[in-house]
Design a protein. Structure first.
Ligand code: BTN
Length: 265
């Protein structure tokens, strides 16, 4: 059965994977949401470096409770991490993950661009997203669940009509299928590399890399947060990964999280 062969292949390949920050794989062919499962496991004490991975998801979740279309062919994984850092540094973990995804996609002759805080886009359309969930108590980060979704071997018509216009897939961009297992391996190697930089508190380097791959800075953007809507020029990123917006009046506003839209694509 293809279900069993998927699970066996991932478990097999995980045995030969020499990546120090990845310790364990939990694999299902189909799962509701790898993020939900990883969060449940993390809250029960699951160790740092556990990867929850599925071939498809029935209730894939995006940011702001949006649905994340998760048909077979895409990459859906969540990693449990327990970094010892201030909770406000979590945004930087998103940025470093976005850089890791971007590096992986660049290996396939594509030129991804990062949109703050954590979208990965190719030719102006979203190809991958990151969903970061965390638990904080007494101003301490107990765990972070880093969810990564990448539209890999997916035909655009397999995605919901309403997201097709602003989304793309590796299959559509390259015109041929990519080996799923070697893609995951490259991805995990890059995630490991950038997580180590994060753990070593190389924050300036992460921000530098993110800016190099991003097309947000210098753009006119609209940011929606639960409490406000801000329009202005994306001016810079601060040391925590927050976006600094410069309004027409010259006033600067720092935003740690929100939904960002470019005024023109
Ligand atoms: C976004 O851009 O809105 C974030 C999308 C994150 C999707 C991934 S797929 C693996 C993990 N499990 C989920 O339910 N969501 C994340």
């Amino acid at each position: 059965m293809k279900e069993n062969s998927y699970i066996e292949k991932i478990l097999d390949f995980s045995k030969n994977l020499d990546i120090s920050s990845i310790k364990k794989f939990i694999v299902y062919y189909e799962m509701s949401s790898t993020n939900n499962v990883a969060k449940q496991l993390a809250s029960k004490g699951e160790e740092e470096g556990t990867v929850v991975i599925a071939r498809k998801q029935t209730k894939g979740k995006g940011r702001f409770d949006r649905k994340w279309d998760s048909p077979e062919g895409g990459v859906y994984l969540s990693i449990i991490l327990r970094p010892s850092c201030q909770p406000d540094k979590a945004t930087l973990l998103s940025l470093s993950t976005a850089v890791a995804i971007s590096k992986t996609i660049s290996n396939y002759n594509l030129c991804p661009k990062l949109k703050w805080p954590n979208d990965v886009r190719v030719n102006g359309k979203k190809i991958a997203g990151i969903l970061l969930g965390s638990e904080v108590s007494d101003d301490k980060l107990n765990y972070v669940v880093l969810g990564v979704g990448i539209n890999l071997n997916i035909k655009i018509n397999s995605l919901s009509k309403n997201i097709r216009r602003n989304s793309t897939t590796m299959l559509e961009e390259i015109g041929s299928q990519i080996d799923y297992y070697s893609f995951i391996k490259n991805l995990l190697l890059n995630l490991d590399k950038y997580y180590k930089l994060f753990r070593d508190k190389k924050y300036t380097l992460i921000i530098k890399e993110w800016k190099k791959h991003s097309d947000t800075i210098g753009r006119m953007v609209e940011i929606i947060t639960p409490s406000r809507r801000i329009i202005g020029e994306a001016y810079d990123i601060n040391e925590s990964g927050s976006l600094i917006i410069m309004k027409d009046s010259g006033k600067k506003i720092t935003i740690s999280s929100g939904d960002c839209t470019y005024y023109e694509n």
